[in-house]
Ligand binder design. Structure first.
Ligand code: ADP
Ligand code: MG
Length: 779
């Protein structure tokens, strides 16, 4: 019920008095002095004036100048001083969960409060906010979900969209919606914040909204490219090659034998190419691929290690920030560094990972100053580029890549690959080294490669499949998908939009009129790809969620099986053993995961992984992702804890059907063996091959007529990855829509496949299928 004006005013006064008391205290004064030293403080009044006089304002400023922590706080302070402390509602969105949480915590601390008083946060499955919370930090996704129930954002006075230069899909999407709301809400204020200077693009989108730049101060940072880095580290690389006993890490030894010869040649050719000033495109193939390969066996890893050894032994004090591509790479490098004797006394280095998946207590360690004589090394993803400021960094190592989802609309294939960053990102990364004193930035790629980088990153809308986004447009009632997306700052390619709509129809999330089905509505509440979401929903409906959770986690991460170059056959054999009885790569993941869990209970997980060629890091990551998926399913109301299901008794035949429900229309026919080799064929590509490490590729004959697969890659011939064999019945019951054919016992599938069977069986299947579809359409 509405709170009376009197109460609102009283709360406002209380807030004001509390702040005054804090500012009078010694800690409060210290904090105020610290805040006043930030570049944003000098512009406080002019920023606030622009906010008051304009509906939309674009603010840019160097990372660390105080945009995120100060500007929302200035607005809050002004509102409180004006007596509106009880009624204002300021929302500041962040692209990542971890920044929403840590920024809220910081701002509350700066105000001498606990989280949940005037400042709070909300991210999916977690949050702290109270009755008096007036400034809320949340992920962009949370604000989009709020729009579902509150399309005009009634009661919200300010929306601050942070980190817009990243051009994330959610942020671009939110901007379209906000632009729509503006005429209806003349009192609403929108502030867009960016770390780079391309503010004009955003200003133009909002009818030439004013822009405001906060000049920052950073010390000069010297940029080194691969050319000089090899001079610095050349002998360290050789040293790395020469150590025989490198801790007792088995995997390291294996990898070292493998790389000894390869590394020398690639380093040599790199030097030659780099020195002759060739462009990246002109570099020879082996150089390009060794630079592009970004894994523990690749050159990039060794260069980083060599550089760290150099810094730890030869350079002045100061923290090191290493930009890497992802969680797994960070974990792998951390392991290697911990056993690298060249780094010096292990008690004098402090290695800290920094990525979106860690807890906030882990994150706090990053901000702490290490004890004297201890070198802090932070291994980070590109989230440390702009959204997190670590003050004591003096050295930056930039791998030149970031993991980005890219999408090939023509082949309709998404992939998560490390790709070269933009010039703007490389400069951001470099700038991180100059916060407290002049710094050094090591870019481990040749200068000509940098010159070939694009200026700014491509918007995510242009890089990823649009299924999830299209579902969201429909669930927010924003009209036709194509019409809505044409209003974006840089609208996506129409072929990508068509592909997305087509897929959503096939999985039953949209009906023929492009309206949301009940299944579609459920899928729109799950923050995973709709195909994975459908698999999870079907798994929970049919009581086999546990294995499906494992499969969904496996498909979202990298392959848990490792396959060392010289032991590939042995490794493939292990995978085969886990999956052959079920004809499935997916169920091989399930079996391997379950066996690993058991080994863990018995305390011999390491040996188990080693013997079975499994990556314990990937399995750990799967384990935590499974937990998140289970929470989401529970939150969506699909998990009823009191249903007892004996997961062990789920037949693999049936599990194949559930997998098919998510993967269809990615289906191929299994043809009878010719000369002892099984052949495969898809409707679109004709004859295709299976990836050689697939369980099915090694089977002499496959007792199933079909397979569904997760991914296909075109490299001359089409190669399918991650497959599961399924029967006619499972394909008919769980695949795309069915139509009755002209003859008796004739069924035609949505993708054109035809089936002939006895008319009784056909009738039964069609009836079962109708029931199943009805179940999914209904709530
Ligand atoms: P911007 O958003 O402009 O990049 P921020 O508002 O995030 O800048 O940060 C402003 C300053 O506050 C930075 O110098 C940073 O070091 C400091 N800061 C931010 N978060 C924390 C924290 N959790 N602990 C200590 N200092 C912090
Ligand atoms: Mg910021």
């Amino acid at each position: 019920f509405p709170v009376s004006n009197h109460v609102v005013q009283m709360r406002s006064r209380l807030l004001q008095e509390k702040q005054q008391a804090w500012r009078g205290s010694p800690e409060g004064q210290k904090m105020m002095a610290l805040r006043a030293s930030l570049p944003a403080y000098k512009q406080r009044e002019s920023l606030l004036e622009s906010v008051a006089n304009n509906q939309v304002l674009v603010v840019s400023g160097e990372t660390g100048c105080g945009k995120t922590t100060q500007l929302p706080q200035y607005i809050l302070e002004t509102e409180i001083e004006a007596g509106r402390g009880g009624s204002c509602s300021i929302i500041c969105t962040q692209p990542r969960r971890i920044s929403a949480m840590s920024v809220a915590e910081r701002v509350a601390a700066e105000r001498g409060e606990l989280l949940g008083e005037s400042v709070g946060y909300k991210v999916r499955l977690e949050g702290t906010r109270g009755r008096d919370t007036r400034l809320l930090f949340c992920t962009t996704g949370i604000l989009l979900r709020r729009l579902l129930v509150d399309p005009s954002l009634s009661g919200v006075t300010h929306v601050i969209v942070d980190e817009i230069h990243e051009r994330g899909m959610n942020e671009d999407f939110l901007l379209i919606v906000l632009k729509d709301i503006l005429p209806r809400r003349p009192d609403l204020r929108i502030i867009l914040m960016s770390a780079t200077l391309n503010a004009e693009l955003f200003s133009n989108y909002f009818n030439s909204a004013p822009t405001c730049h906060i000049p920052g101060f950073t010390y000069p940072v010297k940029a080194h490219f691969l050319e000089d880095i090899l001079d610095l580290t050349g002998h360290r690389l050789t040293e790395l090659n020469q150590i025989d006993d490198y801790g007792d890490s088995k995997s390291w030894k294996m990898q070292k034998q493998l790389n000894n010869r390869k590394r020398k040649t690639s380093v040599n050719s790199l030097v030659e190419n780099a020195m002759s000033g060739m462009s990246f495109e002109q570099c020879n193939f082996s150089t390009r691929s060794s630079l592009s390969r970004w894994d523990p066996e690749g050159l990039g890893f060794n260069l980083i290690q060599a550089l760290l050894c150099h810094i730890c032994r030869k350079e002045r004090p100061g923290a090191v920030l290493v930009f890497m591509t992802g969680w797994e790479e960070i974990a792998a490098l951390k392991d290697k560094l911990l056993s690298n004797p060249l780094l010096g006394d292990p008690n004098q280095v402090l290695i800290l990972p920094c990525h979106g998946g860690m807890s906030s207590s882990e994150q706090k360690l990053i901000f702490n100053h290490p004890p004297p004589n201890v070198r802090k090394i932070v291994l980070a993803t590109n989230m440390a580029e702009t959204s997190i400021t670590i003050n004591d960094v003096v050295f930056v190592i930039d791998c030149g890549k970031a993991k980005e989802t890219s999408y090939d609309a023509l082949n309709n294939t998404p992939c998560l690959l490390p790709t070269w960053i933009s010039k703007a990102s490389a400069r951001q990364r470099r700038g991180r080294a100059g916060r407290v004193q002049p710094g050094e930035a090591y870019h481990i790629y040749p200068k000509p490669v940098f010159d070939a980088f694009i200026d700014y990153q491509q918007p995510e809308l242009h890089r990823v499949p649009l299924q999830s986004l299209c579902l969201q447009i429909k669930s927010l009632n924003l009209g036709s998908i194509e019409g809505f997306l044409s209003k974006a700052m840089q609208p996506p390619d129409s072929l990508s939009v068509k592909n997305a709509i087509h897929l959503l129809k096939i999985i039953g999330a949209l009906d023929d009129n492009e309206e949301l089905t009940h299944l579609g509505r459920h899928l729109s509440t799950l923050p995973v790809e709709p195909t994975i979401g459908k698999m999870l929903v079907m798994g929970s409906i049919f009581g086999c969620l546990e294995p499906v959770l494992t499969i969904a986690a496996g498909l979202s991460l990298r392959d848990p099986f490792v396959s060392p170059f010289d032991k590939r056959d042995m490794a493939d054999r292990k995978r085969f053993d886990f999956g052959v009885s079920c004809c499935s790569d997916h169920i091989a993941y399930v079996n391997a995961y379950n066996a690993w869990r058991q080994a863990k209970v018995q305390g011999n997980a390491m040996d188990f992984c080693w013997e079975n060629f499994l990556s314990s890091q990937t399995l750990e990551a799967m384990h935590s992702l499974r937990k998140q998926f289970r929470e989401l399913i529970k939150e969506a109301g699909f998990l009823s804890s009191d249903i007892f299901v004996n997961e062990d008794q789920t037949s693999s035949e049936f599990l194949g059907g559930i997998i098919c429900s998510g993967l269809f229309p990615r289906v191929a026919a299994i043809l009878p063996p010719k000369n002892n080799v099984v052949h495969f064929k898809t409707v679109e590509d004709g004859e295709v091959l299976l990836n050689q490490n697939s369980v099915l590729a090694k089977m002499k004959s496959i007792p199933q007529p079909w397979l569904v697969f997760h991914e296909k890659v075109k490299t001359g011939i089409v190669i399918l990855r991650d497959a599961t064999g399924i029967s006619d019945t499972m394909l008919l019951l769980f695949g795309g829509q069915l139509n009755r054919g002209s003859k008796q016992g004739h069924i035609i599938m949505a993708n054109g496949l035809e089936f002939f069977m006895s008319s009784n069986l056909a009738r039964l299947i069609l009836e079962l299928r109708t029931e199943l579809d009805r179940l999914l359409q209904r709530k």
